[in-house]
Design a protein around this ligand. Structure first.
Ligand code: TRP
Length: 378
């Protein structure tokens, strides 16, 4: 990267448009290309890679999460890649004042992970809340010295979250959590990061922090890897109200833990259009296309073929088909979830094991960081 300053002093941290965190289309395209190359290489070389990804524990997960990200994680895990899943509990506080229900939400999200097929019993999948990893949190301090205020201020995902939450007062963690997210990733030396496109600015920042640290504090081997995003091939699942994104808070989501009856009821109320002839036209008929895509994801059949079969059966027939397909598809996951939920000690044990491993990783990383910085005296 030719624009990267060799040893960025605080006053020379980049503030020019060319090096901002708002990612340019070139940077975006490059990330997409690297992601595609990775998808090809991972099956052949799973041991080169280490996954770190995660979620904010703001509630339980829905089918948008399942098709958009959980299945990706499970797929890579099952290729033999060591997998760390961070539950970003501190990050909950970026857009709300209290972490009410955080313990419940953490438990719920872990149940969703396990039901979807993340498997801590395989000895290489670890699930941990970052609040329990002191060394990870300490990495935030040196990392903050490698990023300028204007750089933080320009992050488009942060801007969008501020807008979406309608915040009148913005706390400093809202601006700095992308740096904390870099600490999540780099504390365990994650090098492939399965995320949605909205997370690319954070990934670019993480890459910069790794480069800037390695340049400023050279070590042999370099302290940090430069992680890559691994983008999902599944298009974003829209909300049932036709909204841009499925989300629990907008009430347009089918939760993984919903019952078959709740699922049927929600799908009945899903927005469609008045054209009885069902066709797959994502541009002009996004709501119908979204439901067809969901049937496709559950059955493995092409959305066009499903549309042709429904013909002039209208949205009623489409919804009936989807209800049946989705409930059948989710049945094993939901059964497993119900089973696991009966034993609260199991989830706690999974977290405990994740915390132990993440602490060991983060402590080793922090030791390497302090060594590279010359900060050890006794
Ligand atoms: N910011 C992510 C989100 O809102 C969650 C997250 C926290 C994360 N730390 C991470 C994602 C590290 C990937 C890697 O969804």
């Amino acid at each position: 990267m030719s624009t990267e300053p060799a040893t960025p002093a605080p006053e020379s941290l980049p503030t020019n448009a060319a090096d901002e965190t708002t990612i340019s289309s070139d940077t975006f395209q490059a990330a997409v290309r690297r992601s595609e190359a990775l998808w090809k290489d991972i099956p052949a070389n799973p041991h080169k890679y280490r996954v770190l990804t995660g979620d904010r524990p703001t509630g339980s997960l829905h089918i948008g999460h399942l098709f958009g990200s959980l299945q990706n994680r499970v797929k890579i895990q099952n290729l033999g890649v060591t997998t760390f899943i961070v539950i970003a509990d501190y990050q909950v506080l970026t857009d709300r004042e209290t972490a009410d229900n955080v313990a419940t939400n953490v438990r719920e999200i872990v149940l969703d992970y396990l039901a979807a097929g993340l498997d801590p019993e395989n000895g290489r999948t670890f699930i941990f809340p970052h609040s329990h990893i002191p060394a990870l949190n300490q990495l935030l301090l040196p990392f903050l010295t490698f990023v300028s205020l204007p750089e933080l201020d320009r992050n488009p995902t942060v801007k969008e979250e501020i807008r979406a939450a309608g915040l009148r007062q913005i706390n400093a963690l809202m601006y700095t959590y992308p740096v904390h997210q870099a600490a999540d990733i780099l504390s365990v030396k994650g090098n492939i990061i399965p995320v949605g496109k909205d997370q690319l600015p954070h990934l670019e920042l993480t890459r910069k922090l790794a480069r800037r640290f390695n340049t400023r504090f050279p070590a042999e081997p370099a302290v940090f890897p430069e992680p890559d995003a691994l983008l999902s091939e599944t298009p974003v699942i829209l909300g049932l109200d036709g909204g841009q994104k499925m989300s629990k808070s907008r009430g347009n989501a089918i939760m993984l833990k919903a019952t078959a009856e709740e699922t049927a009821k929600l799908l009945k109320s899903a927005k469609t259009d008045s054209n009885r002839q069902i066709t797959f036209e994502p541009e002009t008929r996004p709501e119908v296309a979204n439901l067809l895509r969901l049937v496709s994801l559950c059955t493995g059949r092409a959305p066009e073929a499903i549309a042709a079969e429904i013909g002039d059966g209208g949205s009623g027939k489409l919804k009936a088909l989807l209800t049946e397909a989705l409930n059948a598809y989710l049945a094993p996951l939901r059964a497993k979830r119900t089973e696991l939920a009966k034993d609260p000690g199991y989830v706690a044990g999974v977290i405990q094991r994740g915390v132990e491993r993440a602490n060991a990783e983060a402590e080793a990383t922090l030791a390497a960081v302090r060594k590279a910085m010359g900060m050890f005296y006794c």
